[in-house]
Design a protein around this ligand. Structure first.
Ligand SMILES: NC(=O)c1ccc[n+]([C@@H]2O[C@H](COP(=O)([O-])OP(=O)(O)OC[C@H]3O[C@@H](n4cnc5c(N)ncnc54)[C@H](OP(=O)(O)O)[C@@H]3O)[C@@H](O)[C@H]2O)c1
Length: 343
């Protein structure tokens, strides 16, 4: 089948409604983890970080995502400083770690995030992973109090499966669910995306480029940095993995070869095609794209402008199906089904 697509050059950024939120967000959101986590991404060049944030603002990106967990608050600090007086022009999202969800700790976390981000309110405050050790009901009540006080405008969750989503929604509202979703990891399609769609919960897809893999950065597993090949696509014999599964490395690299061929046929980059595919998926409101440098960010914006034809979408579905089938419905990228943190 011949893939075809076209660049919608008249309107490079798409805007969508996030769940029941009354404001539109850009289909490409800015992922700020990269701006401040030296252990994972290397040292931050603060001048380049500011340039990258400003390039995102100028390109019409209106949703910026960070978390207290990223570099122990450093991502929030760098992002807050880079946004400066333009903070009011965008929607700012942060996340609280589940262990900090006991009501008092939750309030302290929220206030500390506000301080680091140098702002009075968060547009979206998300529970980073499902809460296991404290009362979900108490956490919900505290989130609603923070909302009443104007410290947060909307409540979201992240890495929540249907069961956790249902429990959360029995106590509090939730406009979005942030989940790992890309051509090399389609587990959310089985249960999570249909549930989100049914409940009008917007999907914010993280890791849209599988941390560089889908941009075609590496030709073999050995070249991939160890911390980026701990996921279930890779064999459990690889360092730092904990899933104890066989992985599907051959299927993964076959898919990357196909993705490159499809992208070449469209005169686009692999990253453009991966992003365009993702934001075309049912229920996906935005792809949260991480970039450490402004040139990377600007290149990735082409993905927002690329409109894939039905034929191209069908072919991408086909070539990514073996990996999808192998990894199944377990939406935890790092843990096997039995140890999955997502339910
Ligand atoms: N809720 C959660 O649990 C969760 C988990 C993970 C991430 N997130 C959010 O999602 C955001 C994005 O996810 P992610 O950072 O994991 O993955 P990603 O967006 O798939 O990958 C970002 C990395 O890919 C590489 N890259 C980007 N564009 C490229 C291009 N055009 N060509 C070549 N390489 C390119 C860069 O690596 P180099 O820097 O090495 O060049 C960049 O740092 C994060 O910033 C964070 O806000 C949320």
């Amino acid at each position: 089948m011949q893939a075809s697509g076209k660049k919608d050059s008249a309107n490079t950024m798409q805007y969508r409604k996030l769940g029941t939120f009354d404001l539109d967000v850009s289909a490409i959101a800015f992922g700020a983890w990269q701006l401040g986590d030296a252990r994972f991404w290397g040292e931050t060049d603060t001048v380049e970080a500011e340039r990258t944030v400003h390039a995102a603002l100028d390109a019409g990106i209106t949703l910026f995502d960070t978390a207290e967990m990223y570099g122990d608050g450093q991502s929030e600090r760098v992002l807050g400083k880079a946004l400066g007086t333009r903070r009011g022009d965008i929607l700012l999202a942060s996340k609280v770690w589940p262990e900090n969800c006991e009501p008092r700790a939750l309030r302290e976390s929220c206030e500390a995030s506000l301080l680091r981000l140098d702002t009075d309110y968060l547009d979206l405050y998300q529970i980073h992973w499902p809460i296991r050790n404290v009362s979900v009901e108490d956490a919900c009540e505290q989130m609603m109090r923070l909302q009443d006080e104007g410290k947060i405008r909307a409540i979201g969750v992240s890495n929540f499966g249907p069961q956790d989503l249902s429990e959360w929604r029995s106590h509090a509202d939730c406009i979005s669910n942030q989940v790992a979703y890309n051509l090399a990891f389609r587990a959310v399609e089985f249960d999570i995306a249909p549930t989100c769609q049914e409940k009008h919960v917007g999907i914010l897809a993280y890791m849209p480029l599988m941390q560089g893999l889908l941009a075609g950065v590496w030709d073999c597993v050995e070249d991939i940095p160890v911390m980026r090949r701990r996921t279930r696509q890779f064999a459990s014999s690889r360092e730092e993995t904990r899933h104890m599964e066989s992985g599907c490395e051959a299927e993964l690299f076959d898919m990357l070869t196909d993705l490159r061929r499809i992208a070449d046929g469209l005169d686009a980059t692999m990253a453009d095609v991966a992003i365009a595919w993702l934001i075309a998926q049912p229920g996906v409101t935005a792809a949260i794209v991480g970039a450490r440098r402004s040139d990377q960010l600007l290149r990735n914006l082409n993905g927002a402008a690329l409109v894939l034809s039905e034929d191209a979408l069908t072919e991408l579905d086909l070539v990514s199906s073996p990996v999808r089938k192998h990894l199944g419905a377990n939406a935890d990228l790092w843990n096997n089904g039995e140890d999955s943190r997502i339910r």
